[in-house]
Design a protein around this ligand. Structure first.
Ligand SMILES: Cc1cc2nc3c(=O)[nH]c(=O)nc-3n(C[C@H](O)[C@H](O)[C@H](O)COP(=O)(O)OP(=O)(O)OC[C@H]3O[C@@H](n4cnc5c(N)ncnc54)[C@H](O)[C@@H]3O)c2cc1C
Length: 507
């Protein structure tokens, strides 16, 4: 059994303060650094017996305060659990939930030359990441990480309040299969404590561990280019964002030769001085031509971007330090607000005009702030919406209104800007991306509690439909079966069936 680590211990601070988003802070009575499934069971059992609210953390990269919540009394940190190995009995690669994305990339590559399409930041923890679906630089080519999930081990609490360890696989004959399914996009902190994931491609055959998962790319080519805001007026901005949207629509198919290209258009606020496009190609020798064609498509009818940077490197060099300045934060970290949406079509000219307004207007006195537009689709969209809990299988772009700040006194004006911007972008559907032929809702790995606020979501469509679409009732049934006492919860957690929202079916 692991010790209870209290506020006087340096390890307590390390767990409480490891969160990426400094906006939220927890004050638990104690934390536990667990090393095994048995440790997790006894930590959960103690908290349940003592009526103490507990949460689990892995990498600390939650964008909302689901872990860093002042009401939480116990934090169970699984990050000491990092083993990654081939499990012959399961015929799959086992990854403990405390491994980070970077640690997983490294072991998979060095041991088997393989990879999983995980997320874009090496310090993210596998525990909270994979269960939220998980997309990344390789998603257009390989799909979501959850599409490779074969099985999961979870410590749950039954109706008698007893903590138990359950293994659930995707095998049709497995009586626990629904619990596996819920971990392919249901999101972290909902059903129990994940201690281990097993991965295996759906079409993998045989028992050679090197063939169970996709081969890592032979090489990676990264690029970056930029335009100066001083050269940009409204019609120029409109054309750039329109060009980017057209490229994204035309290249969202899994069979597109450009499925090997991932790109991010960073529409920063004017004070930042520039608009940046960057991306990643796995096209090998064809990468340079592919990148040039992409930049030519974006700047059609416009000035070509300047400051062009291109670099070729091995997959592992890239995966452990991808696009270094993308998430760069000063010592002490940043607070952030991220408002995510998935688009099935490019923004209309009216929406682009809204973006121009919020990026250039001076009545919001904030330093940061941008609209990011990342390419999506490809292989992700070849999977049926109910095959996994990740229902959004029609999007072509993942966009986000983001802002960050250091001084807590700057929080309000930053959040006000991001909220107003997002609401104006989606003004035609109650201020949120209601699933339709234009939008595909939002992504639970980028949670935004505003979607559950009736003052900010005036669509009449509940947050649960925006995140889970028609999969929500099924997730509620899993919740009712596997967390009947509601031990695991946070601001956007799945509610059991008695709270089924009135409108859960959206075409
Ligand atoms: C800089 C940055 C970049 C990101 N990039 C991407 C990206 O490219 N793709 C993407 O899909 N997402 C991305 N995310 C989002 C990230 O995947 C999610 O926030 C994820 O939930 C983080 O998991 P974590 O374990 O690091 O976080 P934590 O803060 O530890 O946990 C997040 C949530 O998961 C729960 N959780 C954690 N561990 C477990 C466990 N073992 N069992 C059950 N529940 C658990 C927590 O209770 C909490 O509710 C990014 C986030 C940041 C901050």
């Amino acid at each position: 059994m692991t010790e209870r680590i209290g506020p006087g211990d340096a390890r307590y601070r390390a767990v409480v303060e490891k969160r990426f988003n400094k906006r939220f802070t927890a004050h638990p009575d104690y934390v536990r650094l667990v090393k095994s499934t048995e440790d997790v069971m006894s930590a959960v059992q103690d908290a349940v017996r003592e009526g103490q609210r507990l949460v689990v953390t892995s990498g600390g990269h939650c964008l909302e305060g689901f872990v860093s919540d002042p009401d939480v009394r116990v934090i169970v940190d699984v990050s000491p659990m990092k083993h990654i190995l081939y499990d012959a009995a399961m015929g799959a690669i086992a990854v403990e939930a405390g491994a980070t994305v970077g640690e997983t990339y490294k072991i998979l590559f060095e041991t088997w030359g393989s990879t999983i399409p995980l997320g874009e930041y090496p310090q993210i923890g596998m525990g909270g990441h994979v269960s939220g679906g998980a997309f990344g630089f390789l998603c257009r080519q390989l799909g979501l990480a959850a599409d490779y999930l074969y099985a999961v081990e979870v410590v749950t609490v039954d109706s008698g309040g007893t903590a138990r360890s359950i293994v659930a696989t995707r095998e049709p004959s497995d009586p626990n299969r629904e619990l596996w399914w819920a971990h392919t996009g249901g999101g972290g902190g909902n059903f129990g404590v994940v201690t281990k994931y097993w991965f295996r491609s759906l079409d993998a055959a045989g028992d050679d561990p090197a063939t169970l998962l996709p081969r890592a790319p032979q090489s990676i080519t990264t690029f970056k280019a930029e335009w100066n805001w001083s050269d940009i007026d409204q019609s120029w901005f409109l054309q750039l964002v329109r060009n980017h949207g057209i490229w994204s629509e035309q290249n969202a198919g899994a069979d597109s030769p450009n499925a090997t290209l991932w790109a991010l258009l960073e529409l920063h606020r004017k004070q930042f001085g520039k608009i940046v496009v960057r991306g990643v190609s796995t096209a090998g020798d064809a990468a340079v031509g592919q990148v040039n064609d992409h930049l030519a498509a974006l700047s059609q009818g416009l000035l070509a971007p300047h400051g062009f940077e291109l670099a070729k490197m091995s997959w592992l060099d890239f995966a452990l330090n991808p696009l270094p300045d993308l998430f760069a934060a000063p010592p002490g970290g940043v607070s952030a607000k991220v408002k995510d949406a998935l688009l099935r079509k490019r923004f209309t000219d009216q929406q682009i005009a809204v973006a121009y307004d919020y990026l250039t207007r001076s009545d919001h006195d904030i330093m940061g702030g941008m609209l990011g537009q990342a390419t999506y689709g490809g292989r992700i969209n070849t999977v049926a919406p109910d095959a996994t809990a990740s229902a959004q299988r029609n999007a072509i772009l993942d966009i986000a209104c983001n802002t960050g700040w250091i001084d807590p006194r700057d929080e309000e004006k930053n959040v006000v800007w991001a909220r107003a911007f997002y609401r104006a972008l989606f003004a035609d559907s109650g201020g949120v991306p209601v699933p339709s032929d234009a939008y595909d809702g939002a992504f639970i790995n980028h949670p935004d509690t505003d979607l559950a606020d009736p003052a900010l979501n005036t669509s009449g469509v509940p947050w649960s439909t925006l995140y889970y679409r028609n999969n929500y009732p099924r997730l509620q049934a899993v919740k009712a079966q596997w967390d009947p006492c509601g031990v695991f919860h946070h601001a956007l957690s799945i509610r059991s069936a008695e709270n089924i929202p009135s409108r859960s079916a959206v075409s």
